[in-house]
Design a protein around this ligand. Structure first.
Ligand code: G16
Length: 543
């Protein structure tokens, strides 16, 4: 065993409290950098001795080397067993499932999620706790603290394990179990959904395209959709995971999954389109000619989940992140179940799921999931949609029209201003924060502000308080804007502006979303002085 002495602080500049470390790949490749973070994780959880962990990643550049390093460090730190996906691959939800299934002490997931991969792109590592979920703030703060004082790490001097070979391996005294990344996850999906009904749907000629974006869900989608459910070969597009995701940006939204969007809007569109992201936790849902926003998708899934065998008893509650539209609240109200509004980030759902207060959760950023794991789960959302389509025998468009007629429509869009100078973004937020309480009654671009505040969240389970979680402005006529800075960017700052406009039952539900949101967009640009402070006239990404 070698004990290396290190002096670099791996999380310099990293906001404490984010659930992992996400940086440029070359930063991670610096000697000792990854090692510092991993040792800090072990130190923060009271050491690795005698413990069992799950390790896997989304296959991006540096995944293979990083996993070998982590295995050697687990061995040197006295861990008992590590369960690792074959070839180092595990989707984030599959890793969450393995952590729970094997009652382990947690897991290390290697991914920068939906960020591009490659030597000049992004890499990341995060620690998930024994419940299978992203480490909560108490743990991430402890990890951060360790990184500021760590001065050595332990690593075994040993040859690499051949991760292509499924089965039991030894690394020093560490048991390394290389497992098939898909099989346990597929069994979990079979326990939740009516595979016979979905099989019959495909057998009847129902057509689908699933864009795996050359990321981790390729093997999962091929195994579940094409093998188990009988969807024709070719249903899964870009199904081979690549270290650089084929040069793409593996984020399933209309901008980055444009080829799929184009197919779905064409005359030859299949019945159903879906996509997933780098590490398999996000999803995009598209019907023939109709994109379903993640906020609407969450609401539809909540309203119809009882049609799937795993949810026949109904839901305990529905939770959404604060910037997500209020569409799911309307469903929860009609079902007479609880609804929760949490800060952005999946880790905030963990306590609600563990306590049985919420069954389904979702974020506007294309994450949806349930209490089956403690991460959002892209393929799970796609399968629940398929189960609902099979049970209702309606098209996606028919389901959406019916949903809006029942609940009204929350028009919704997010505008992202990326890689803006950090100072400018901070000034915009602090200026707006300073005048929030004066805004009610004032008019901007013809809309009058009704209320404004800064969101903070008191966790109903452990009573912890999370402050500064986004600035909210409500305008007359049922519209809302939220402004917050991204916690996951790796270049400058990213300002996210979330726009929402409610159109009640009986109103026009068939406008273009950007048209329906033009008034709230203009008012928000004016009140925040966005164009002057950021020197931008339009967002980089509109989803
Ligand atoms: C973004 C999204 C969040 C999401 C987070 C992590 O954060 O806005 O909703 O929880 O990414 O997502 P993933 O696990 O897929 O990386 P931010 O802070 O950039 O807005």
């Amino acid at each position: 065993m070698t004990v290396e002495t290190v002096s670099t602080n791996p999380v310099e500049g990293q906001k404490p409290g984010t659930s992992g470390l996400r940086k440029k790949t070359r930063v991670f490749m610096q000697p000792g950098y990854l090692e510092n973070f991993v040792q800090s994780v072990f130190n923060a959880i009271g050491g690795a001795r005698g413990k069992t962990f799950v390790v896997g990643g989304d296959g991006r550049f540096f995944n293979r080397e990083a996993i070998q390093t982590i295995l050697k460090m687990a061995a040197a730190n006295g861990a008992k067993r590590v369960i690792v996906g074959q070839n180092g691959l595990l989707s984030t939800p599959a890793a969450s499932h393995l952590i729970r299934l094997n009652e382990t002490d947690g897991g290390l997931i290697l991914s920068a999620s939906h960020n591009p991969g490659g030597i000049d792109e992004d890499f990341g590592v995060k620690f998930n706790t024994p419940n299978g979920g992203p480490a909560p703030e108490g743990v991430t703060n402890a990890i951060f603290e360790q990184t500021t004082k760590i001065d050595e790490y332990a690593i075994l001097d040993a040859p690499e394990i051949d991760l292509a070979i499924i089965g039991a391996h030894m690394l020093g005294n560490l048991d390394v179990d290389v497992v098939d990344p898909v099989s346990d996850y597929r069994a979990l999906m079979e326990s939740l959904f009516d595979f016979d009904a979905i099989r019959a749907l495909f057998a009847s000629g129902f057509t689908m395209r699933f864009d795996a974006m050359h990321a981790i869900t390729g093997p999962y989608a091929a195994s579940v959709l094409e093998n188990a459910l009988g969807a024709p070969e070719g249903t899964v597009l870009n199904g081979v995971p690549l270290e650089d995701f084929g040069g793409g940006h593996p984020d399933p939204n209309p901008v980055w999954a444009k080829p799929l969007m184009d197919t779905m809007m064409s005359d030859t569109a299949p019945d159903f389109g879906a996509a997933s992201d780098g590490d398999g936790d996000r999803n995009m849902i598209v019907g023939r000619g109709l994109y379903v926003t993640p906020s609407d998708s969450l609401a539809v899934l909540a309203a119809n989940a009882h049609l799937a065998p795993g949810y026949t008893d109904g839901l305990a509650g529905v939770a959404r992140s604060m910037p997500t539209s209020g569409a799911s609240d309307r469903v929860a109200a009609k079902l007479g179940i609880a609804s929760f509004e949490t800060p952005t980030g999946w880790k905030f759902f963990g306590n609600l799921l563990d306590a049985g207060k919420a069954t389904i959760c979702g974020e506007e950023s294309a994450g949806t999931g349930s209490d089956h794991v403690r991460e959002k789960d892209g393929l799970w959302a796609v399968l629940l949609w398929l189960n609902i389509l099979a049970a209702r025998k309606d098209s996606v468009a028919e389901i959406m029209v019916d949903h809006w007629a029942t609940y009204g429509r929350n028009y919704y869009s997010r505008h992202d201003y990326e890689a803006v100078p950090t100072d400018a973004a901070n000034t915009l937020m602090s200026d707006l924060r300073a005048k929030l309480s004066d805004l009610p009654g004032q008019s901007f671009a013809e809309l009058t502000v009704e209320a404004a505040d800064e969101f903070s969240y008191r966790d109903p389970v452990d009573d912890s308080l999370s402050e500064n979680q986004g600035l909210r402005i409500w305008y007359e006529g049922g519209s809302r804007a939220v402004l917050r800075l991204s916690g996951t960017g790796t270049e400058g700052a990213t300002l996210r502006v979330y726009l929402e406009q409610y159109a009640p039952q009986g109103a026009d539900h068939f406008q273009d979303a950007q048209v329906a949101l033009a008034a709230v967009r203009d008012a928000t640009a004016e009140v925040s002085r966005m164009q002057t402070l950021l020197d931008r006239t339009s967002p980089d990404v509109v989803t």
